[in-house]
Design a protein around this ligand. Structure first.
Ligand code: GDP
Ligand code: IMO
Ligand code: MG
Length: 429
């Protein structure tokens, strides 16, 4: 069985936790896009793990973990994650990186920062991890792929060209920075080549052998639908396609092999970085949720913006990704709210809109429409089945399911592995 898992809002929905739950019965987990702008948290009896490039199935020794061709890999970060795992007694024996995956090079985070600074008030609020510049170079066909690390002469020639003739003139003439020394970069990258060599592979046969043998395969999306380059709030998006289509091009799995797409949603909404956020709470309720939910970025530590659950956004995510089953995470964070609200759509120039608006300048003039429901004001962290949840809480979940057009089959009631309420079918059984 092949399952795609996508974020349904603006990221940090709890994808890592859902992958960890499903990976116990999967033979393979594949990261398909994004890079170390992602921060996926898994909490086990051994403590908390925050994965940036590492697929979230890595804690299961039976699970093959693949960093797919669609990911942009910063070798420095990957090596750091590997050594952090080793320090905690985990040897990533079944980790493979597609030789087709592009690299985030030393200069990409620098360009990310310089470009953001030059945008001034129009900056996007990127993670400064070099993601946009790395994907831009991939599209410009001046990117370096992980497999290039195994070809020193090729690296030498290409670094001389890309750094010497493309990057340095812009760095020095446009940004007034020092030129980069490509020869020392070559030595540096040859060092990474040696350390990463056991992990680099043509992952096409590996993935297709697994498909042919009927293995359970999970495609782990990073970021989310509203950060999608095409379907998100452009230009306030990331530079990849976190929607279901991106999972296919980012792994080489054909659409005909996919059995299910799971959409992961938070029981409210959060967003890091700038851009439209119609249901944003700029009041003390937003502050309360942020505090209770420790809503500070996994990657950058920035305070996340908080808002009510936006059913127009989630409905759109269900449609764009073909979500067959939804996970509603962090429901427990709303435990102490006397009243919970759901944004059901937007009113704009006298018309009702049930989906996000393509033209982001219209958000300034649109009015979100809300439905209010009674809160449950009870701790749900120990609930393990549907009937353990208070009635008002079940009503909230049911209403969200109705509004978004997908059944909510997984409910997060806390950060730990066991804090899950599962409804409906058993996936992977
Ligand atoms: P991801 O990027 O989608 O994987 O999500 P993050 O890891 O960035 O953020 C989700 C945060 O919520 C992490 O700190 C998780 O440990 C935590 N988390 C996941 N599910 C739940 C849940 O159901 N309840 C609570 N309280 N925390 C959760
Ligand atoms: P996970 O996988 C939340 C946001 C950044 C910024 C925008 C562009 O943990 O859900 P980028 O560095 O990608 O060019 O930044 O996208 N962003 C995320 N927000 N969760 C993420 O990943 C994100 N990855 C990028 O904050 O607004
Ligand atoms: Mg995250």
């Amino acid at each position: 069985m092949v399952i795609i898992l996508v974020g349904g809002q603006w990221g940090d929905e709890g994808k890592g936790k859902v992958i960890d739950y499903l990976a116990s019965k999967a033979q393979m987990v594949i990261r398909t896009q994004g890079g170390n702008n992602a921060g996926h948290t898994v909490v086990t009896e051994h403590g908390e793990f925050k994965f940036q490039l590492m697929p979230s199935g890595i804690l299961y020794p039976h699970c093959t973990c693949v960093i797919g061709n669609g990911v942009v890999v910063d070798p420095i970060v990957l090596l750091r994650e590997i050594s952090q795992l080793r320090e905690r007694g985990i040897e990533p024996k079944k980790l493979f990186v597609s030789e087709r995956a592009h690299m985030v090079m030393r200069y990409h985070p620098l360009f990310d920062q310089l470009e953001e600074e030059s945008r001034g008030d129009d900056r996007l609020g990127t993670t400064w991890r070099g993601i946009g510049p790395a994907y831009s170079d991939k599209v410009r066909r001046i990117g370096f792929r992980i497999g290039d690390l195994q070809k020193e002469a090729f690296m030498r020639k290409k670094l001389a060209f890309v750094v010497g003739q493309v990057k340095n003139p812009v760095l020095t003439k446009l940004y007034g920075q020092d030129a980069l020394d490509w020869e020392s970069m070559l030595a540096e990258y040859m060092g990474y080549a040696k350390e990463l060599d056991p992990f680099i592979k043509d992952t096409f046969p590996l993935i297709h052998d697994a498909l042919d043998s009927g293995a359970n395969i999970l495609l782990e999306g990073a970021q989310a639908t509203m950060l999608d380059l095409d379907f998100g709030t452009y230009p306030y998006v990331t530079s990849s396609n976190p929607t279901a289509g991106g999972a296919l091009t980012g792994s080489g799995i054909p659409p005909t092999k996919v059995d299910l797409t799971i959409g992961v949603f938070k029981a409210y909404t959060s967003r890091v970085g700038y851009g439209p956020f119609p249901s944003e709470l700029l009041d003390e309720i937003g502050d309360q949720i942020r505090e209770r939910g420790h809503e500070f970025g996994t990657v950058t530590g920035r305070a996340r913006r908080i808002g009510w659950f936006d059913a127009a956004v989630a409905r759109y995510a269900v449609k764009v990704n073909g979500v067959g089953c939804a996970a509603l995470m962090r429901l427990d964070i709303l435990d102490d709210q006397p009243l919970v609200k759901i944004c059901t759509g937007y009113n704009f120039r006298g018309k009702r809109f049930d989906y996000p608006l393509a033209n982001i300048s219209h958000y300034k003039h649109c009015e979100p429409a809300y439905e209010s429901m009674a809160g449950w004001q009870q701790q749900i962290g120990t609930a393990r089945c549907w009937d353990d949840l208070p009635q008002a809480c079940r009503d909230y979940v049911e209403r969200i399911g109705e509004l978004i057009g997908a059944p909510i089959e997984l409910i997060g009631t806390g950060p730990r592995r066991d804090q899950f309420v599962i409804r409906g079918r058993k996936l992977f059984d």
